[in-house]
Design a binder for this molecule. Structure first.
Ligand SMILES: Cc1ncc(COP(=O)(O)O)c(C=O)c1O
Length: 409
């Protein structure tokens, strides 16, 4: 691995106190929550260290924050937002929840595209909004696609006020094309919907894919006033614990909505400093991570072919999350024992791969590997798991080897 990323030794990782490394006993290899195992970029460490040394742990000031992000976006995406329209927020989900509460009526519907990031379901409900599903479609190769007809039908209802698009999409790893985004813009403009775009995984678009910031597309003036993009350095540079995300808008009305919520949207000062360091000084680190993830997604295909050949996998176009279709494992388990009795036995297996609804439980019990159950991503995720491959090739190999042995056992 590139030396910027460190070596991901288990001894070092087990000293971490983050959720990923403390949730399970030490015989479990964690490949679940979206934290990566690489070392932090040095400029981020320096920024946080310097602040601590100076006793600089007060409230944040956004001075220069928009300029730093605009310069990064110009270089990375070929698009520079107006720095005045870039806001630091505590994190992406808080930003989304606050904006929805500010600009949509209580009880109104928000459209999402399952299978999708689980908090899209529960945070929206906690914010007093109804979840309206427009599931992704799948083409014959199994690739997930936005379904414009489903989106349009969902937004047609008077009770539905907003659409929350995940771009790039978690967990499928899809990076939406300019055409996809144009279709979304047309539908939202026609239906008068508020549009929230979660671009948290954007810095991690992998070779071969180009992330297109939604606000960089040609937007109808009305839609630009009610579009809110959220992004962050938290996934790209692995600093979600520092609590800082970004809201970016293109219109004064959207800006005013964010400003009315300023108190709820104050980020952590250390998060702001770390985020500025990431965007300004850590592009080489980001490139190293993207290079490693590119290798890991190819390695994962090979490892699955060797240890779990029945599992369906299409390499993600962005980020470090692999969406694995484990439904064939349940079929294989049921087939292995004859007839109805075999199926019943398979279904009753407490920890086996025969649990079609939750193979993650089987992997945890039998392989001592923690992956995220697909069930939380909507009913379309039943029988799937999400595997975090933001780690070294050695650990990735061990994770998949163990998972394979659980199925073979
Ligand atoms: C699509 C998506 N949105 C939001 C989040 C959470 O971001 P935050 O911690 O900034 O709320 C994640 C975390 O993995 C994510 O994948």
């Amino acid at each position: 691995m590139d030396q910027l990323l460190g070596d991901c030794t288990l001894d070092g990782l087990r000293r971490r106190r983050s959720w990923k490394w403390t949730e399970y006993p030490s015989d479990v290899l964690p490949a679940w929550v979206a934290e990566m195992d690489f070392d932090l970029a040095e400029p981020i460490k320096d920024a946080v260290r310097e602040a601590i040394t100076a006793g600089d742990c007060g409230y944040p000031h956004p001075l220069g924050f928009g300029e730093v992000y605009a310069a990064f976006a110009a270089q990375r995406f070929g698009w520079a937002p107006d720095p005045q329209h870039v806001y630091a927020v505590p994190d992406v989900m808080t930003g989304i929840a606050e904006v929805l509460q500010e600009v949509t009526p209580h009880g109104s519907g928000v459209v999402i595209n399952p299978p999708v990031y689980p908090p899209f379901f529960f945070r929206l409900r906690q914010a007093g909004r109804e979840v309206v599903e427009a599931p992704l479609a799948r083409d014959p190769s199994g690739r997930y696609q936005l379904d414009p007809d489903a989106l349009d039908a969902a937004l047609a209802s008077d009770d539905v006020a907003a659409y929350l698009l995940c771009s790039p999409h978690n967990p499928t790893g899809r990076v939406w094309s300019r055409d996809d985004l144009g279709t979304v813009a047309d539908i939202c403009a026609r239906r008068g919907a508020v549009l929230i775009v979660d671009e948290i995984h954007a810095p991690l678009a992998l070779p071969g894919a180009q992330h297109i910031p939604f606000l960089s597309t040609d937007l109808d003036g009305g839609l630009a006033q009610r579009t809110f993009t959220f992004t962050s350095a938290s996934k790209g540079w692995n600093i979600p614990g520092l609590k800082c995300g970004l809201a970016v808008v293109a219109g004064d009305q959207a800006a005013a909505a964010l400003e009315r919520r300023w108190e709820a949207l104050l980020p952590s000062h250390l998060g702001v400093l770390a985020t500025e360091a990431a965007f300004a000084d850590c592009v080489p680190w980001l490139k190293a991570v993207c290079g490693q993830l590119d290798k890991n997604r190819v390695l994962l295909a090979k490892l699955l072919a060797r240890y779990l050949p029945a599992v369906g996998y299409l390499p993600p176009e962005a980020s470090f999350l692999a969406w694995l279709d484990c439904r064939p494992l349940a079929v294989a388990a049921a087939d292995a024992t004859a007839g109805a009795a075999g199926e019943a036995a398979a279904a009753a297996s407490p920890a086996g791969m025969a649990d079609a609804a939750d193979p993650a439980a089987g992997f945890l019990a039998r392989a001592r590997v923690a992956v995220t159950s697909g069930a939380g991503f909507g009913e379309q995720g039943l029988g799937f798991v999400r595997l975090n491959m933001g780690t070294s090739p050695d650990l990735l190999q061990e994770i998949v080897r163990r998972m394979g042995s659980a199925v073979a056992a």
